[in-house]
Design a protein. Structure first.
Length: 391
């Protein structure tokens, strides 16, 4: 799959990165290299592809890296990029669905045998009873429990990544139905449909982030998962989220974003539930210790990037000189000490005006800003869809 992907790019830099991956993997009779070195090499390909705007190839190598890291089963990657493997999976899915239908027919045969005058209502009651019986299943507290086999875990992950699609359906039953379908399909604006799907995905991502913020027990990793590959939430100045998170041995970034000019912007994430985000001391409001610690951490990241700029630019194609950072932490709802949301906003605004390269914002600010962007996009989309076609 890696060799096949190499044919999809004409950029010498990306092809060179793929050559490095193949050298690590080894040739016939060689030793297959794996582990962190292979994962890093695959992520380097993804990052180079992002720099050239080839997001499809970047996603392909991000998935390769996820497999090499142990986050994805091989079957999932094969379903994306190996046609023969996909055909085998489709055939297995068809057999499984056919087997389920056969079991349903067998259940109906038993019903008709035991009750020859059974009606459609009886059949519905039968399957409704089967479905409701699942409500009585529970997990006990013993040592036995329920364990999924590797095969079952792979199947669950496959359905989590893949979608079921119906293709080559039989033709409509009548000429009238065929005409109606043709009219519907001819009126579809593919570009408009793509934008609508993107808006829907963004709404879902924003709702997931809001739910995580509303949960006082959400960890940094849970919030990070909601923000991964959602660079739009941080504003339109960023082209993409970079695949590589580590540029120096002692620095792992939460979310590295690429600006339009090729420079780096670092997003540092902390928990939303921070009680002392802003404190009142001697009658004055100021950031609490956790906020100062987070800002110091971001300062160290930027200093390290400045010091290693030539090597990072040469090896990864990312300009880290005078990189900037955003620290996202806290939410007014969790702050204690009789500090109002307005006072929190004013304190952060005062702090940020004295900082050159680092901005501190709350999850409330991030959510509100993203919601406004989404509302504007939706309004623009509605306006475009209402426009009459030119005659």
């Amino acid at each position: 799959m890696v060799k096949s992907a190499q044919e999809l790019t004409e950029h010498a830099s990306v092809r060179g990165r793929i050559d490095a991956v193949l050298r690590i993997m080894g040739g016939p009779g060689g030793t297959y290299g794996k582990g962190k070195r292979l994962v890093d090499a695959l992520e380097d390909v993804a990052q180079d592809a992002i720099l050239y705007g080839d997001f499809e190839l970047a996603q392909r190598f991000q998935r390769f890296a996820a497999y090499a890291r142990g986050d994805l089963f091989l079957e999932i990657v094969e379903n994306y990029y190996d046609e023969r493997a996909r055909q085998r999976s489709e055939e297995g899915m068809r057999r499984m669905i056919a087997m389920g239908a056969d079991r349903a027919v067998a259940a109906l045969d038993v019903l008709c045998r035991d009750k020859p005058d059974a009606t459609a209502t009886d059949a519905r009651d039968l399957f409704r009873g089967i479905a409701q019986s699942a409500d009585y299943l529970s997990l006990g507290t013993g040592e036995g429990g329920i364990q999924l086999s590797v095969r079952e875990a792979r199947r669950l992950q496959q359905y989590g990544h893949m979608e079921l699609a119906l293709r080559n359906l039989p033709r409509p039953a009548s000429a009238e139905a065929a005409g109606m379908m043709s009219d519907v399909l001819s009126s579809i604006d593919a570009g408009l449909l793509a934008q609508l799907l993107e808006l829907r995905a963004r709404r879902a991502g924003l709702a997931a982030l809001r739910a995580a913020v509303d949960d006082p027990n959400s960890s940094e990793s849970a919030l990070h998962a909601c923000l991964k590959s959602q660079e739009w939430i941080f504003g339109g100045a960023y082209v993409a989220e970079l695949a590589r998170r580590q540029y120096t041995p002692d620095t792992i970034l939460d979310i590295p974003l690429l600006r339009g000019d090729g420079s780096l912007h670092v997003v540092e994430l902390k928990r939303a539930n921070i009680k002392s985000l802003v404190i009142r001391q001697s009658g004055h409001l100021m950031l609490g210790a956790q906020a100062h610690h987070a800002v110091s951490q971001a300062q160290n990241y930027l200093r390290t990037m400045d010091e290693n700029r030539p090597n990072i630019l040469a090896e990864h194609g990312v300009d880290t000189r005078r990189a900037s950072a955003t620290v996202v932490m806290g939410h007014p709802r969790y702050v204690t000490g009789n500090v109002t949301p307005q006072e929190i906003a004013e304190t952060l605004r005062t702090y940020n005006t004295h900082a050159a390269r680092i901005e501190v914002i709350t999850y409330e600010t991030l959510l509100e800003s993203a919601s406004r962007m989404l509302a504007l996009s939706s309004a623009r989309q509605d306006s475009d869809s209402d426009e009459e076609p030119a005659v």
